[in-house]
Design a protein around this ligand. Structure first.
Ligand SMILES: Nc1ncnc2c1ncn2[C@@H]1O[C@H](COP(=O)(O)OP(=O)(O)OP(=O)(O)O)[C@@H](O)[C@H]1O
Ligand SMILES: [Mg+2]
Length: 346
């Protein structure tokens, strides 16, 4: 049972950046508090004061927000919305402790953004956070696309959709490229049946199912305008912008460091040039392209080290040099200043 205390404290009373990093006075047990409204909870009297810092769910939320900050560069607007959603649910829990009835906040969402902008990654963190706050029963995301929901023949769609919903029940159903469910040009398309089933499920509180519709912004806008019933049940629209050059470079550094590599100074400059060229090319996919580019740098580093045929130091194994970057096909027709300088291991 969450403890009762005499003095109220606001979120962020410890001066924390995210407002959820709260002191843990003498607390060693970090299990989530029981979900509001369960038998384990006792109603507070009208004149009681509730200290949010002692709601253990708040600590799990703080950890999730810190993980989000640490693993994702940029995305300030998205992170802000995630914090607002956390605050809403934390306050909803607090209100319930006083017996203040209100409808359960709607948590169905849409994540719109270009490829590789972090939608799937944020969905996983969102599930952890909603679970910590007792909103869903499991911190799991079940990802589906049109093919997982729509059947090929009459009578096949409903069972398929219900099966997907059953798998996601108690957690998050993440519908990637959701606009493929709706094909206005084909009146008999079974996608419409999926939408109708989803509409019912999204209203059903007992299912404790959160649906996240994800996809590229322009098509999602059209999808929601064509399906106002869905749109009105989606409470939170999170927009994931394309990353700037500086953010992509930051993402590259983070990814390299996470894998115990580092760019030397020349490789860093080379990667900055690589990004400038790559961002203009077709099928650029933000952070996903960065991850792929780093994987290929590792391939070239490995080939370079093996070809060097000499004893290797730890430093050799860690370091990506400019040649590992300039080997990319993006530089197939390099401008003169883009030519690689020789690497130490040559
Ligand atoms: N802001 C970021 N900082 C660091 N890494 C990031 C960031 N955004 C995305 N990534 C990384 O980039 C990769 C792609 O991200 P993710 O799969 O979440 O994108 P997505 O928006 O779901 O892409 P898609 O639309 O193609 O499904 C992942 O490895 C993720 O960890
Ligand atoms: Mg994704």
């Amino acid at each position: 049972m969450p403890p009762i205390v005499r003095r109220a404290t606001g979120m962020g009373a410890d001066g924390s950046a995210n407002g959820f990093r709260l002191p843990r006075p003498g607390v060693t047990d970090v299990r989530p508090s029981p979900p509001p409204g369960t038998a384990a909870e006792e109603l507070l009297s009208e004149d009681a004061l509730l200290d949010l810092s002692l709601d253990l769910a708040g600590h799990d939320v703080a950890d999730t927000l810190a993980a989000l900050d640490g693993e994702l560069i940029g995305l300030a607007k998205v992170k802000q919305r995630v914090r607002e959603i956390a605050a809403l649910l934390l306050i909803d829990r607090a209100r319930r402790r006083f017996g203040l009835e209100a409808s359960r906040p709607t948590m169905h969402m849409s994540f719109t953004g270009g490829p590789g902008t972090g939608k799937t990654t944020v969905a996983l963190r969102m599930a952890q956070m909603l679970h910590a706050l007792g909103y869903i029963r499991k911190p799991k995301v079940h990802t589906v696309t049109r093919d997982d929901l729509v059947g090929q023949f009459i009578g096949h769609t409903a069972p398929k959709t219900k099966e997907a919903i059953a798998k996601a029940a108690g957690g998050v159903l993440f519908i990637d490229e959701a606009y493929y469910l709706f094909r206005p040009e084909n009146e008999r398309d079974y996608g419409q049946e999926v939408i109708e089933i989803l509409l019912q499920e999204m209203e059903n509180e007992r299912a404790s199912l959160v649906v996240i519709f994800a996809g590229y912004p322009d098509r999602m806008d059209r999808f929601f305008s064509a399906n106002p019933g869905l749109s009105s049940r989606v409470a939170h629209h999170l927009e994931f912008s394309d990353y700037t050059h500086a953010e992509l470079l930051g993402i590259a550094e983070l990814m390299v460091a996470e894998q115990n590599f580092r760019f030397d100074a020349a490789a860093h400059a080379a990667f900055a040039q690589y990004l400038t060229v790559r961002m203009r090319r077709p099928r650029f996919s933000n952070a996903r392209s960065v991850r792929n580019a780093i994987d290929r740098c590792r391939l070239r580093q490995a080939a370079r080290l093996v070809a060097a045929a000499r004893p290797l130091s730890r430093d050799d194994l860690i370091t990506l040099c400019d040649r590992d970057v300039f080997g990319s096909s993006v530089f197939a027709e390099p401008e003169p200043e883009v030519l690689a300088s020789p690497c130490r291991t040559d």
